[in-house]
Write a protein that binds this ligand. Sequence first.
Ligand SMILES: Cc1cc2nc3c(=O)[nH]c(=O)nc-3n(C[C@H](O)[C@H](O)[C@H](O)COP(=O)(O)OP(=O)(O)OC[C@H]3O[C@@H](n4cnc5c(N)ncnc54)[C@H](O)[C@@H]3O)c2cc1C
Length: 392
Amino acid sequence: MNNINNSGNNPCSNCGLCAVSCPHKAIDFGIDGEGFYRPLVSANCTDCGSCVKVCYKYFEGKSPFENAFREKDVYAAWSKNRDVVLASSSGGVGYELTKFYSNEGYKICGVAFDAPNNICKHIIAETESDLKTIRTSKYLQSYTVEAFSEFKKDKKYLVAGTPCQIYGLRKYIQLKKWDDNFILVDFFCHGTPSFNLWKKYKEYIVENKQLDVNFKNVNFREKNPESKWHKNAMLVEDFLGRKFVKNHGFSEDLFFKFFLNNSCLNDACYQCKLRLDYCAADIRIADFWGKKYENNDDGVSLVITNTDKGKTVWTEIKHLLVVEDCNFEDLQQSQGTRYISLNSKRNKILAELKECAPLDKLWTKYFKQSVVKRGFSYFKRILSYIKRTIKK
Ligand SMILES: Cc1cc2nc3c(=O)[nH]c(=O)nc-3n(C[C@H](O)[C@H](O)[C@H](O)COP(=O)(O)OP(=O)(O)OC[C@H]3O[C@@H](n4cnc5c(N)ncnc54)[C@H](O)[C@@H]3O)c2cc1C
């Protein structure tokens, strides 16, 4: 058997490149019961092995693993146009990249919220308005198969995606010998959660916040006067123009609470070797979290030039940005976590997300501490503070 049903070294990253690369269209790519995209190999499979060649499951990486970014150039940057910064997730480097290369004749491929199907998917931007649509991070798995299957030999593309999508794509274009025509951009990735979380979140908003069941637009990274870059707001808008805004979204919004406590991410996200050990992109971008820019309210992007092409790209676009040179220690401060830690309640949460319990009840059941427990942990904190003070 020479197809992705063979077991590999890693779990499926659900990047979709197996389906894109299959010359016989023998791989369906759909969402499974737990809410993750998974490939399904059909009877048309000829065992040609094309899918195996691009698949993250068989990625071995270096051994012992090295940090991919130790020797790389690291920058802090934000757009010179403040409107761009405020409309972007962090400092707007993503948008400036896409705008610049769109003007240079590149086709731009990034992620849009597909309202009719309530999913996120990669699209190839055709207009300036498409570039605005693909701007900002959508914290859901995106469907790549349709857009990535449209890539043509003689065209130039800039593609942004998760590190695993970009890894699969790099393998694919290397095999096709299309490398020269592509600029690949990824980001430091926290992982992508189960679609069942998104479904439950939608039900919760419709039920409790009186929004219509059809969402027109979602902005996971809204910046407003109350919730600026660090605090972040979640914004959902329906087709009737009604809006739901949750200020202090990272800490207060139910979707983010489940996403950021790692209780329902794809299993490949937890030991992802593409987070710090290996990177297949030309440029990596991220939020410049950490001490260095803690007082900046607008947003700062972290940028790493990972290849020679990445360095050229950087030389071409940096006149559009305010740039500050940084180093590996700054990067570690900002993105130190090597692996995203597994929440011990993950299996239970994934099972419950399939059922009909409302999301707020699920949160209370699994994560809200009782008054007694809260009191106890407060007491423990005080005790350890006293001990530390006595030692000094
Ligand atoms: C799922 C996910 C997890 C992330 N985790 C982290 C993290 O742990 N730490 C961190 O510092 N930054 C993380 N980021 C990156 C961060 O949110 C910003 O994208 C980054 O700071 C760049 O900001 P920007 O304003 O320059 O670009 P943005 O406007 O945010 O653009 C980034 C590019 O990513 C594409 N994109 C958006 N959503 C998706 C998606 N679901 N899948 C694939 N591509 C997508 C967009 O089309 C765009 O081209 C994550 C992003 C995503 C989508």
